[in-house]
Structures are given as structure tokens and as C-alpha cells.
Design a protein. Structure first.
Length: 234
């Protein structure tokens, strides 16, 4: 679903990610791991067009989107759940979901909202409530739901569990597993490395903008010292 080759990206003269190549298959989860400042979020933002790509190619479902606008990438099937959730606090739950569907038809949007309420019944209960009055966990559910309204082929999730209670994290991970089973490709950045490795199919580890390890999640769990090293980085 996503094929990235020799990606270098950054801000002005600063290179945040260097020569990074990876792929994500349909119905699979790639965990992108590393310490703060390793280049994880810069990688995600370069994929959606929010950080400048210096070199390399990005193919989404076989189509070269390397130079496409942010809106074009979204309309072609890419969606992101940013770190910190970034919901619109003064808008209701339903209105936040509507914002997520601005690139699709009314019928697709209505279908998407109904599915989000199936995934997260708590959002349905609070559909007319202002997003700013929700708990942190409910806002994370809303951020995930908002990203799903456009019916993406690839879902990018930045720091799923950050600042959330374990019960809410469990609920969000259950939904990720459902989405995976439905054929969605997912890139997951997660501070809880053990949890990420438990749900992921593949793992890439970044350090100072460079990929230092990649392979299956099973191999990552068995790699001597890798889990301990990652845990020590946080």
C-alpha cells in the first residue's frame, strides 16, 4: 500500500530523516520506533506533505505522490492522527467528524460517521458534546475517528497511548486490530514499545534520523538487546 524509497526530509537546511526506505502492506501494521528526536514524527509529516521531502519517492497504492499537495494525499487515501489529538475544542463530536470528511461526498461521510460510532460507542453518546469537554481518551478516539471519515487506505497514528489511561489505550488498540482485519494499512508511532511490537507486523527503528534496524515484529522481540535499548531511550 505504501512504498517509500530513500526518503530524506527536513526543515530548511536541517535534515531530520536520511535515506529511509520502507514499505507497508495492506492489512498490516508497521511500528516506527525510536527515542524523542529520532525523526519519527518528521517521517510521518513528510509522508503527508507537512515536512519538506528533500530526496526519495513515496508511492501510495502504486501512485507516486512524492510531490502531491497535502489535500491530494488525503483524497488519494492517506490520513493522520497527530500527536496531541488536535481536535477542534469548540466544535461538537459530530462537527469534528464532519471536518474529517471534507474530501468525500455526503453519503460517504454519513457512512463513515456511522462506522466511527460503531467503533467508539462512547463518541455516539457524546455526539453533540463539545470536543473540548471530552476526556483525553475520548479526544483520542475522536482524533482516530476523524481520520477514518475519509475512508483512508493508509492510517498514520502518532503516539497513540501518550497520556492515556490503560483502559482507554486497550480500547484504541482493539479498534486498530479491527481496522487491520478490514484491510487498512497502518503506521504506528508509539512510546510504549512493547505494546507496539505486540500489535505490529513489522518494525523500523530510527536513531538520529537514520534507520538502525528493520524487520518483523517477531524478530524485533527476539533481537538481543533491542527492546531493552528502546525502553532505555525513553
Amino acid at each position: 500500500m505504501l512504498d517509500v524509497t530513500n526518503l530524506s526530509a527536513g526543515y530548511g537546511d536541517i535534515i531530520a530523516v536520511r535515506d529511509f526506505s520502507f514499505s507497508v502492506l495492506q492489512g498490516k501494521i508497521l511500528a516506527l520506533l525510536g527515542a524523542n528526536g529520532a525523526g519519527k514524527t518528521s517521517t510521518l509529516f513528510s509522508l503527508v506533505g507537512l515536512v519538506e521531502r528533500k530526496m526519495g519517492t513515496i508511492l501510495l497504492d502504486g501512485l507516486d505522490i512524492s510531490s502531491a499537495s497535502v489535500e491530494d494525499r488525503i483524497s488519494r487515501g492517506m490520513a493522520i492522527v497527530p500527536e496531541g489529538r488536535r481536535t477542534f475544542p469548540d466544535l461538537s463530536v459530530r462537527e469534528n467528524l464532519i471536518v474529517g470528511g471534507h474530501v468525500v461526498s455526503q453519503s460517504v461521510m454519513a457512512e463513515g460517521i456511522a462506522k466511527v460510532f460503531d467503533y467508539f460507542p462512547r463518541l455516539h453518546e457524546r455526539c453533540d458534546q463539545a470536543a473540548g469537554s471530552l476526556s483525553g481518551g475520548e479526544q483520542q478516539m475522536l482524533a482516530i475517528g476523524r481520520a477514518l471519515i475519509s475512508k483512508p487506505k493508509l492510517l498514520i497514528v502518532d503516539e497513540l497511548s501518550l497520556g492515556l489511561m490503560p483502559k482507554v489505550v486497550d480500547e484504541c488498540y482493539k479498534v486498530l486490530e479491527v481496522l487491520k482485519a478490514e484491510g487498512l494499512a497502518i503506521i504506528l508511532v508509539e512510546q510504549n514499545t512493547e505494546r507496539a511490537m505486540a500489535v505490529a507486523d513489522d518494525v523500523c527503528v530510527l536513531e538520529a534520523g537514520n534507520m538502525i534496524w528493520s524487520g518483523s515484529a517477531e524478530a524485533a522481540r527476539c533481537e538481543p538487546g533491542l527492546t531493552e535499548r528502546l525502553m532505555g531511550l525513553h
